[in-house]
Structures are given as structure tokens and as C-alpha cells.
Ligand binder design. Structure first.
Ligand code: NZQ
Ligand code: ZN
Length: 406
């Protein structure tokens, strides 16, 4: 009946129509992917020969495991400025120092070597270097005011966020306890190197984080309400099933190339714009999760595992049809009445996170009611007051969601 609505309702209500058919969309993704073992040496072919490059990286991993050296080697005789020390959940204050250093050195190309934090950091630096006015407003205006950016490439060392092939970034301002996102078509990477062997040094915790983050990226763009978007739905279900299949094989001691290759490519596709084209999106788990990270420094992916299962339960009526589709097509749950199938799908989602070693209750992180109050207060001050695909997740609904995770 939902699928019949557009036809029946076409003369009456465009609103109903837009809520049950695929929406109009632009699909634009200019990022070149250099996928496979040994591709770092080809960076040389994709950076302008006379570029004055800043290489950005995180703590120690890029240097310790030799990736930084390979990148510098490939850049040959180009002028290079290094900027290390970009934190997990990159700090605004650190990135502003990178902007100053890059502008002083007249840098005109950036290379990010790391995970989502370093790549996001580079995106912010790229936009802030040419920005006139207070760069903090890039984040408070979520990128709407970004007119240009310095071009950049990336070498991904941690499959998780999808930042290597998208136009988004998230930056934390420690003083303000704010973690805010921005997006702009100017900050798509020019190219990204995806070498699955670069994941071999990842500890279990980061592998599990990567699985969980990508899983929730897909869910946030899929588990909303039906719009008849067959391609996006089937693609999303394929990604979810792939992540579920890969999860038990992804452990820090198993350096199986095909497993790592599929893992890396799945996380990229989870958030490169394709499955989100023309469909409603939730993103409430992310927005609530960002507050948890800003306040309590919990890994991004772990915050999602705390929020999502409870969000699905709180929003089960609004998401009913998609929950049933998810139960059947992703978890192969076909027995029982609708309520029990939905319940089982939500349970399996929570066990999936627990099964890869990610605790899903606030108490597992030593948090209680006081933390919920703090998150709700910050959601208000960040104007996160109408979240979700139906804009119905007010701060009070966010509170109920978190209370289900106590
Ligand atoms: O700092 P180093 O020493 O390099 O260590 C890092 C870091 O401590 C380590 N690491 C990275 N590659 C490694 C490695 N250790 C061993 N071997 C390697 N090959 O891993 C730790 C975590 O890195 P980080 O980059 O913080 O992780 P992740 O990729 O999960 O990124 C998380 C950030 O991305 C944002 C998150 O909010 C968070 O700030 N997100 C960005 C998105 C986007 N741009 O589209 C979407 C996401 O939803 C997410 O919000
Ligand atoms: Zn995420």
C-alpha cells in the first residue's frame, strides 16, 4: 500500500508523494581511488610536479610502520613540510596551527596519511587555508560558507569513516566541548590510496571500530522508511551482509589480503554518497554519539554502538517497515509475527556489536543519568533538536533513547 501511495496521492498531496518515492538527487563524486597493494609509489603521478606539499599525519603509527616514509619517497623532489600530531577526534586548535604553518610555507597541496581523524583534519586545513573570516564559522555553518579549498590527496590506514571518498569532516573544539561536522564539495580528496596491507598493523580495537562505524553509516541511510529506492536498498543490504560476514575473520593476527581488501572497500562505499542518494537519512545516532565523544572521549564507533540499538527500539513504529525488511533481508529472520521479527533484528544488532568486542551500554563506560543530562544539554546548545529522518527526535526523545542504554 505504501508503494501505491504516490499514484493515489499524486493529485492531493505532494508531501506524501515525496515521502514515499525516491527523491531527486545530484550524484557527484570526483575522488580517484588507487586501490591495492603497492599503490603508494604512484602518488607521484597524481600530485602536480611543482607542488609545495604539506604531509599531515597523526600520532606515531604512520611513521612507525613506514607509511610516512613511502609517501615522502614517492613525492620525490617536491618541497615538503611535515605536520604530525593530529589527534584521534582532531582538535580545532591543532588544525589551526597546521593552517598557519601551511600558509607561512606557501603550501599548495596537502597529503593526509592516516585514518578518518587525519583525513578530516586535512579537509578542515584545506578549507581554512583560503577562508576569509573566522574559521570556526566553517563548523558552526557546517561548511555552507566554504567557497574554495586547497587540493589534497590521502593515504588511508584505517578503514572506517569513508572520509577518503566523501566531502565531510568532523572537528572537535576542546574548549567548547563541541564536536561539529562540515561538508563541502570543495573537500572531496583528489585521490585516495587504499592499500589493504596498510591495515595489518591495526589493533583489534580499531578493526572493530571500523566495522561498527561502517555498519552504522549504512544503517543511518537505509533503516528509515521505504521510498522504493531498490538500488540503494540492495546495495546497503549487500554492504551490511558483507560486514557481518567479514567481522569474525577480522582479527589483528589474521593478515588475509582478500578479507582486508573487502573490508576496506566496504567501509569506503558505506559513506561515499552512493547509498544515500535520493533516500531519507537518519544520522541521529551520529549526532548523539558526537556529543558523547566530545564530553567523555569515547571512540566514535563505540558511541554509535551505544546509541543505535536503543534508537531502533525507541523509533520502532516510525521505522517499522524498514525494520521488517532489515530483519528479513539482512538477518534472514523469517519466522514469527512482525513484532517478534523486529525485536529479534534489534537484538541481533546489539549482539553484533557486543560480538566484536564493543560494549553497548552506558554503564560499560562508567556513565549514568548525569551523562544523559549533559548530552541532552549539549544537543540543545548545538541546535540538534529535530534529529532523524522524520525530524521527530527532540532532545527529550534523545533522552529516552539514552535511558534505554543505561
Ligand atoms: O595517531 P596514530 O598514532 O596514527 O594512531 C591512530 C589513532 O590512534 C591509529 N591508527 C590509524 N591507522 C593505523 C593506526 N594504528 C595502527 N596501524 C594503522 N594502520 O588508530 C587510532 C584512531 O584513528 P582515527 O583516525 O581517529 O580513527 P577513525 O578512522 O575511526 O576516525 C575517527 C574520526 O572520524 C570522524 C569521527 O567522528 C572521528 O573524529 N568521522 C568522520 C566521518 C567523515 N569524514 O565522513 C564520518 C564518521 O561518521 C566519523 O564521524
Ligand atoms: Zn561514523
Amino acid at each position: 500500500h505504501r508503494f501505491a501511495l504516490p499514484v493515489l496521492a499524486s493529485g492531493f498531496s505532494t508531501q506524501k508523494q515525496s515521502s514515499s518515492t525516491m527523491q531527486n538527487f545530484d550524484f557527484y563524486n570526483p575522488t580517484r581511488i588507487l586501490f591495492g597493494e603497492g599503490r603508494i609509489s604512484e602518488i607521484d603521478d597524481h600530485v602536480p610536479p611543482n607542488a609545495n606539499v604539506m604531509v599531515l599525519y597523526g600520532g606515531e603509527s604512520a611513521r612507525r610502520y613506514g607509511t610516512l616514509h613511502e609517501v615522502v619517497e614517492s613525492l620525490g623532489n617536491r618541497r615538503i613540510t611535515e605536520f604530525g600530531g593530529i589527534e584521534a577526534n582532531p582538535r580545532y586548535e591543532t588544525l589551526i596551527r597546521a593552517v598557519e604553518k601551511a600558509n607561512t610555507a606557501k603550501v599548495d597541496f596537502l597529503m593526509a596519511v592516516g585514518g578518518g581523524s587525519v583525513i578530516d583534519g586535512a579537509k578542515f586545513v584545506a578549507a581554512a587555508m583560503t577562508f576569509e573570516g573566522d574559521p570556526w564559522s566553517i563548523l558552526t555553518q557546517h561548511g555552507a560558507n566554504v567557497q574554495s579549498a586547497v587540493p589534497f590527496g590521502t593515504v588511508l590506514t584505517l578503514p572506517a569513516t569513508g572520509s577518503e571518498m566523501n566531502q565531510g569532516a568532523v572537528v572537535t573544539n576542546e574548549k567548547r566541548r563541541s564536536k561539529l561536522a562540515f561538508k563541502s564539495p570543495h573537500v572531496f580528496p583528489q585521490f585516495s590510496v587504499l592499500d589493504p596491507t596498510k591495515t595489518y598493523t591495526l589493533p583489534q580495537r580499531q578493526l572493530s571500530n571500523g566495522i561498527a562505524d561502517a555498519f552504522v553509516h549504512v544503517i543511518e541511510q537505509y533503516l528509515t522508511y521505504p521510498t522504493g529506492a531498490m538500488i540503494q536498498d540492495r546495495f546497503a543490504e549487500g554492504l551490511l551482509k558483507t560486514l557481518i560476514e567479514l567481522a569474525p575473520k577480522l582479527n589483528e593476527n589474521n593478515h588475509d589480503y582478500p578479507t582486508r581488501a573487502s573490508f576496506m572497500w566496504a567501509t569506503t562505499w558505506a559513506l561515499n554518497g552512493m547509498i544515500g542518494a535520493g533516500v531519507p537519512k537518519d544520522w541521529a545516532s551520529h549526532m548523539i554519539g558526537h556529543e558523547l565523544t566530545a564530553l567523555y572521549d569515547i571512540d566514535h564507533a563505540r558511541t554509535l554502538a551505544i546509541v543505535l540499538p536503543s534508537l531502533l527500539r525507541e523509533r520502532r513504529e516510525a521505522k517499522r517497515e524498514k525494520l521488517l525488511q532489515y530483519a528479513g533481508r539482512v538477518w534472514d529472520i523469517h519466522e514469527g509475527d512482525e513484532e517478534s521479527r523486529i525485536e529479534e533484528a534489534i537484538k541481533r544488532t546489539r549482539s553484533f556489536f557486543e560480538g566484536i568486542g564493543i560494549p553497548t551500554y552506558l554503564s560499560d563506560y562508567d556513565l549514568d543519568d548525569a551523562a544523559i543530562d549533559a548530552v541532552v544539554t549539549n544537543l540543545r546548545s548545538h541546535e540538534m533538536t529535530e534529529l532523524g529522518e522524520q525530524k521527530e527526535i527532540t532532545p527529550e526523545v534523545s533522552r529516552k533513547i539514552l535511558q534505554r542504554s543505561l
